[in-house]
Write a protein that binds this ligand. Structure first.
Ligand SMILES: [Zn+2]
Length: 142
């Protein structure tokens, strides 16, 4: 199982290699959180003024390919760069307007991973959800 120090290492590597000009203006924490069927991650500005990047807790499981985690980290870093939940100047009104995140991901060399992620979401993720996130029934037979 992956842990939070794995995430911290991935974040540092991705930041250094692929976002070298992006200034780290505050503490950026990263951790596994929740167990979400419909989102891979989020970014949040905490009361302490640190930024928190959360990665779906289910992704500790090694059935999730590593590039899915890398891509999720890069996606949240782009929000940080655009000034959403970060001390950077806000560059857009909405975090996902006009496909700005994916455009930036392509620019940074994640195009092939984005294509693979699309396939993963279509072919693999629904089965994993079905297997690992049983829906609560509104009634039981006994
Ligand atoms: Zn987003």
């Amino acid at each position: 199982m992956r842990d939070n120090s794995f995430l911290a290492e991935r974040l540092d590597q991705i930041w250094k290699l692929l976002f070298p000009e992006l200034e780290r203006k505050n503490n950026v924490l990263i951790r596994f959180k929740g167990n979400w069927r419909n989102k891979f991650g989020h970014i949040k500005l905490l009361k302490s003024k640190d930024t928190e990047i959360a990665i779906n807790g289910f992704f500790k499981n090694e059935v999730i390919p590593e590039y899915i985690i890398d891509l999720t980290i890069a996606h949240e870093l782009i929000h940080y760069m655009h000034g959403f939940n970060s001390p950077h100047e806000k560059k857009y009104r909405h975090p996902h307007q006009g496909n700005i995140v994916n455009k930036e991901l392509v620019k940074r060399g994640f195009g092939e991973m984005l294509r693979k992620e699309k396939e993963f979401i279509k072919n693999d993720w629904p089965g994993m959800v079905k297997e690992n996130f049983p829906r609560r029934r509104s009634f039981r037979f006994f």
